[in-house]
Design a protein. Structure first.
Length: 286
């Protein structure tokens, strides 16, 4: 039979753990609400910009705008991976890292010279442990990323693509569908690919001309793609953490129920033994 003192110590330990996980669940829930609002706010602007840029696209513009060039063969590529700075979020970081690893292995198997850029302590720690070279290591992006964060991440890659030293830029992050559905996805940021279903530029009244607009819009479009991914990734992290902490809290409750029953049985056996000893001692005195 278990020692009551040991069981009681374990009960206190599990209760403390449950209190911590419950608090973290509440904090993640609060942050998730704000992060979800940011995702919804960024959606319409990003969709409108995406439609305009893709509608103005034409193959002949690639000579005038380097961001629209379409390399016949991809020789060099960059992968930008977004992970979290903290853990305790279930498989959130592991899924992102797995997606990036798969893309990295695929490109290298095809003979494409690939470089890795990582934002987030968890991704950096993993690839550092594996001895992988990382061209960029960022840990300064918090729970509320802004356009400046997006520009600092993708700006150097965009400039290198314009110069021709990069043929493709891919972004690995979580797609925020709901608090319970945040799958990792790999998106091609550059080159910008036209969308067949997009409306023609003839449906727009352009003033000034389309070329003038594209010159200023294309860099902003690329920046906004990364910004939207950062916002979605932050929301997905909080959703994953809330789910993980809720599961941990529920599991702690089940463990407490089991330990309480164990403690009660041990205490009952101890009391029965003490009564038997008292009765035996009284009988011996007679």
């Amino acid at each position: 039979m278990a020692n009551t003192r040991d069981v009681k110590r374990r009960i206190r330990s599990v209760e403390n753990t449950r209190q911590i996980t419950r608090t973290m669940e509440l904090v993640a829930t609060s942050k998730l609400k704000r992060a979800t609002d940011r995702v919804r706010a960024a959606g319409p602007y990003g969709a409108a910009m995406d439609e305009i840029v893709r509608s103005l696209y034409a193959p002949g513009l690639a000579e005038e705008f380097p961001l629209l060039r379409r390399p016949e063969q991809v020789r060099t590529a960059a992968i930008l991976l977004l992970t979290a700075n903290r853990g305790l979020a279930g498989a959130f970081n592991a899924n992102l890292i797995k997606e990036a690893r798969g893309l990295l292995d695929e490109f290298r198997a095809e003979g494409i010279e690939t470089e890795l850029h990582v934002a987030g302590k968890k991704g950096i720690a993993y690839f550092r442990f594996r001895g992988e070279t990382m061209e960029t290591k960022r840990t300064d992006i918090g729970d509320t990323p802004g356009l400046d964060d997006a520009e600092s991440l993708v700006g150097p890659l965009r400039e290198r693509f314009e110069r021709g030293s990069l043929d493709a830029v891919y972004l690995v992050s979580s797609e925020f569908r709901s608090a319970l559905s945040t799958p990792p996805v790999a998106r091609k940021v550059l080159p910008i690919e036209p969308q067949a279903a997009a409306r023609s530029a003839e449906n727009f009244i352009l003033s000034p001309g389309g070329g003038f607009i594209l010159e200023r819009l294309l860099p902003a479009y690329v920046r906004n793609v990364v910004f939207t991914a950062l916002v979605e990734n932050a929301a997905a992290e909080q959703g994953a953490r809330r789910t993980a902490m809720k599961n941990a809290t529920d599991n702690a409750g089940e463990v407490l129920e089991h330990l309480t029953r164990t403690y009660n049985r041990a205490r009952q056996a101890q009391i029965t033994q003490e009564i038997a000893e008292i009765v035996g001692g009284a009988a011996g005195l007679e």
